[in-house]
Design a protein around this ligand. Structure first.
Ligand SMILES: C[S@@+](CC[C@H](N)C(=O)[O-])C[C@H]1O[C@@H](n2cnc3c(N)ncnc32)[C@H](O)[C@@H]1O
Length: 207
């Protein structure tokens, strides 16, 4: 398990990274990629959307353009402070401090559950994916963006030491174990030399 796949360490890491996150982020996860992923969801006005690991609200900013019923959750007070600066603490986005592995929401609550760039820090990704499925409505959608496993052995070693990087086979395993039956992956990339993202769109069964 990578050094940052630990909730306390991830919180400490974001205490500092939150200061520069919005400046660094576009090199690996930019607006074009975010908007391409949002389009996959075909969000309707009025749909309820939960953004898990919303951080400074980068994806939230795209989601709120689709529907005014958006919730954001993060475990880092420092990241959430940055999000409050953009949206206000009690503005159009309903923010919650909490853990992806224990979401403070009832079953079948959201039409769409989104999470970008957060799964790599979750110590128990399958548990958290089960939570994303639990709070999503039957017939709803879950979209998760995570870091694709690098090709080179050298980068693989470094990646494994830091956090969760995963390929399509590993994504298949995690989503299946979390109870999803219907899902597919898309590889996204900011530029040819930048790290790839693996974006999984999963449908929550009606039954
Ligand atoms: C790379 S940022 C992604 C922020 C945003 N979603 C985006 O698209 O830019 C990862 C975020 O996941 C949050 N996070 C990590 N582990 C978490 C957990 N177990 N529960 C909730 N949030 C978590 C971190 O605090 C951080 O804000």
């Amino acid at each position: 398990m990578g050094i940052l796949e630990n909730k306390q360490r991830a919180r400490l890491f974001y205490r500092y990274l939150s200061q520069v996150y919005d400046r660094i982020n576009p090199f690996i996860w930019n607006e074009e990629m975010r908007d391409e992923a949002i389009e996959m969801l075909d969000i309707q006005p009025g749909d309820s959307v939960l953004d898990v690991g919303c951080g400074t609200g980068f994806a939230t900013e795209g989601l709120i353009q689709q529907t005014d019923n958006v919730y954001g959750l993060d475990q880092s007070a420092h990241q959430l402070d940055k999000a409050y600066q953009k949206f206000g603490k009690r503005g159009p986005v309903k923010f919650h401090m909490g853990d992806a592995e224990r979401l403070p929401f009832a079953d079948d609550r959201f039409d769409i559950v989104w999470s970008s760039g957060s799964i790599e820090y979750w110590p128990n990704p399958v548990t958290a994916l089960e939570e994303l499925r639990r709070v999503g409505k039957p017939g709803g959608k879950v979209l998760v963006v995570g870091p694709d496993y690098p090709d080179s052995t050298l980068f693989q070693k470094a990646a494994d030491a830091i956090m969760l990087f995963y390929d399509e086979a590993e994504a298949d395993r995690m989503f299946r174990e979390a109870g999803f039956e219907q899902f597919g992956h898309t590889i996204q990339q900011a530029s040819p030399n930048s790290p790839r993202a693996i974006t999984t769109l999963a449908h929550i069964s009606e039954a």
